[in-house]
Design a binder for this molecule. Sequence first.
Ligand code: GCO
Ligand code: MG
Length: 405
Amino acid sequence: MRIANAEVIVTSPGRNFVTLEITTDDGVVGYGDGTLNGRELAVVSYLRDHVVPLLIGRDPHKIEDTWQYLYRGAYWRRGPVTMAAIAAVDVALWDIKAQVAGLPLYQLLGGASRTGARAYGHASGADLPELFDSIRARLDEGFRCIRVQSGVPGLGMVYGVTSTDVRRDQESNGRHPVPVEEVWDTPAYLRHLPSVFEAVRNEFGPELPLLHDAHHRLTPIQAAQLGKALEPYDLFWLEDVTPAENQEALRLVRQHTTTPLAIGEVFNAVVDYQTLIREQLIDYVRSAVTHAGGVTAMRKLFDYAAQYQIKSGIHGPTDISPVGMAAGLHLDLAIHNFGIQEFMPHSPDTYDVFPHAYTFSDGYLHPGETPGLGVTVDKKAAAQFEYQPAYLPVNRLRDGAMHDW
Ligand code: GCO
Ligand code: MG
């Protein structure tokens, strides 16, 4: 069996998605997600100009060898564009292998370790009444674990807070020729957030698992303060307290708080976690299959983390396509050290482009029993949604200095 064709599909049903379609000479078709929010066309070029020519004629079953060929063969290491491109190839090859085996992918990863993947949904509000409505809406939809994001008095738009509670399968804050600029004030956020969690606990009781995403905005000592202040509210996790490029900085945070920590959505290789995992500075690894080199690399990450009782928390916002989402769900079902799965449902337009077998019910996701990944691309539907340039917002402090968004 040989790879006969590889095609990059760009579609934009509310937001941009990059998908690699690999076809074998036997007519088996596999899909991989290579979407990198705000920098999509860089991955398209990396794939079309540098990777696709290397794939034609290769044996699609040699997944590990192809991964190493693309990773080591590039000479230049890592980086989000490279790793998203490698992920797209890797996932498409796993899709092909599982289809040839006639099995859903999770069976090739060791079979099911659980009946479903516990998911968390996003709730947000500019103020408490709005936030409570949003939490109730998620509970009504079947979510049993909730990420809580809140507006901060005196600040306008804040990461993760939507003006209406529509599920945002679109680029953050709509599409603009240049990034939207938000204003940020860390002391105001640190003063306000504990009162939000106190109110949510008073309203919804002690048992509901609650999460929060600080979105890389704090210094290590601020992160330590926040973790400590939130301890009475028993969070499932506190996410991305610092940018974590400086892994050692997490030692300081860890010394000061027992609030569980999750990090990794902007990492793209196991080595990015080396200190965090070896020194047990976090509790959950957050990479997406799409951004960290595919199923092959994620399996190695989870196995390494398992040695230290660190669990998975795969990144699952809507900028991961249903193809990337499905790849994550097969891993969730198979690995032993599963923690939780982030789940932001996509829009009906996106689901039309990507027919899929995975399901969500009563708080749990399941990848389905279709051989392979269980997701395809309807190319006719995809062609109706042309690529549109779009950026993530940027953040400035009150004095105008750039800050992490
Ligand atoms: C999350 C993330 C996302 C990112 C987005 C950037 O925890 O889901 O923080 O919301 O902001 O993936 O493209
Ligand atoms: Mg996050």
